[in-house]
Design a protein around this ligand. Structure first.
Ligand SMILES: [Fe+2]
Length: 279
């Protein structure tokens, strides 16, 4: 995996690109969160305009993983609105693909975006048409995600996908208010996160709704804590999430320093956010 360490950026500060990402996605604005320079795997937010549609039966030749942030899109009569997740494998034919009301969608492509009108076989076991956090709620147990400290806090998770070939996972974490970690940790896999709601602070500063990071494997991080609680969409790349814990030098406190690690061109999107609260 050849993406730079980005920890972290505030995606609401990024401008929408007006160039077309691809002819297939004509008219869709986007924000690029990170890109693999060798494989062209990409993480983006796509902004579908109201009334957007594809007119011809077609399919992408890469996998597309999506989480709807706002609005709604429709793929083959499957309406995907806020809080919905889907995994669309390469070559899955889209007889219908449109957005009536517009949408902002967190989108992950598994390679260079291209499309075809030729019908080919897709990998059926990889298709996830819809999982809705809002309709289905959290998982009843903590099976599938190896994160014992956060699990023991009473926080919740919803496992969305585990890749049957390489173990890569996607899940949503619902961290309880006042959570404070008693360990620092690292993972032998990449972790990619997008804050859906709330805020959480750690060794790089305070992440809020719309903050994003891509963290390479084996980077020590934490401890984390949150006063408000938060909801986080997470992906592991390079296998299932495994957590290695280490003891703290000093206990967590809610005065984290802003200490981001991002490529120079993204620095302007990663400045500390100031909150003015008066009582
Ligand atoms: Fe972690």
């Amino acid at each position: 995996m050849t993406r730079p360490h980005i920890e972290f950026i505030h995606t609401d500060k990024m401008p929408w690109s007006k160039k077309n990402l691809n002819k297939y996605l004509n008219g869709i604005k986007y924000k690029t969160l990170s890109v693999d320079i060798l494989t062209n795997e990409m993480s983006l937010i796509l902004k579908y305009p109201k009334g957007w549609k594809i007119n011809n039966r077609s399919s992408l030749t890469v996998d597309e993983e999506i989480y709807v942030l706002t609005g709604s899109i429709n793929i083959n009569n499957q309406e995907l609105n806020e809080g919905c997740y889907a995994y669309i494998p390469a070559n899955y034919t889209r007889e219908l693909f449109f957005s009536s009301i517009g949408a902002e969608v967190l989108t992950f492509f598994s390679g260079k975006i291209s499309y075809t009108n030729i019908k080919k076989k897709y990998i059926k076991k990889n298709l996830i048409k819809k999982i809705s956090l809002y309709e289905e709620g959290w998982d009843k147990n903590y099976k599938g995600i190896n994160s014992p400290e956060i699990a023991s806090s009473g926080s919740k998770k919803k496992l969305l996908r585990t890749d049957t070939n390489n173990g890569d996972q996607t899940w949503i974490m619902g961290v309880i208010p006042s959570y404070q970690e008693k360990k620092v940790e690292s993972h032998p896999v990449v972790q990619e996160c997008f804050i859906l709601n709330g805020e959480i602070e750690g060794n790089c500063g305070t992440m809020v709704k719309g903050s994003y990071f891509w963290r390479p494997r084996d980077i020590l991080h934490g401890p984390y804590g949150t006063k408000t609680g938060c909801t986080i969409l997470s992906r592991s790349k390079g296998g299932k999430l495994i957590v290695d814990y280490y003891d703290l030098d000093k206990p967590f406190d809610f005065n984290s320093k802003h200490n981001v690690l991002v490529p120079d061109k993204l620095l302007k999107y990663s400045r500390k956010k100031t909150r003015k609260i008066t009582y």
